[in-house]
Design a protein around this ligand. Sequence first.
Ligand code: GRF
Length: 206
Amino acid sequence: MLSGKKLRVAVLVSGGGTNLQAILDACADGTIRHAELVLVVSNNPGAYALTRARRAGVPALVLCRRELGGQECFERELDRVLRENRVDLIVLAGFMTILSKDFTDRYEHRIINIHPSLIPSFCGKDYYGLRVHEAALARGVKLTGATVHYVNEIPDGGEILLQKAVEVFPDDTPESLQRRVMEQAEWILLPRAIELIASKSICTEN
Ligand code: GRF
């Protein structure tokens, strides 16, 4: 799996990129020691995540599904850039495109995703963004959280790697809950998962 001393990571994004920022910060402060961020790919040309990547000196590019002529061409091009950059691990951090079975099979146990709930609650193809937190509040759960899982063809259905619980407060709004889940769970879990996978791979390799 490894092509060098560190695990080569690509992060796929679509939006603001606060999780990407957490990974960049973790690389800078040594929380992530066994992996390096070699590429950021966005399917959205307007994603602020692209600015974050470029500011940190990480190569960032846009692959737009519509411009490329659909999902199949998009995935072919994505596969090409991942190979070209010798990427070992793909991290979905707020990436709003569902990947096909063909693609996830090809990268089995090499793609992880962060989801803002405790899977199997509030997950699957209809649960993204604020919807997840709206559903948690509507159900009246007292604990929610975030999950890092491997990615397969089932949305949010792959093997669970890490989870962290976060308290729900009586006066929470979807926005306040989203913020707390990010601060207390997502931004901690995702860098931790990358380092976990990378350190295991390095040790196995050695
Ligand atoms: C996060 O809540 C993440 O869990 C979900 O999408 C959101 C992305 O936020 N998959 P950001 O772009 O990392 O700020």
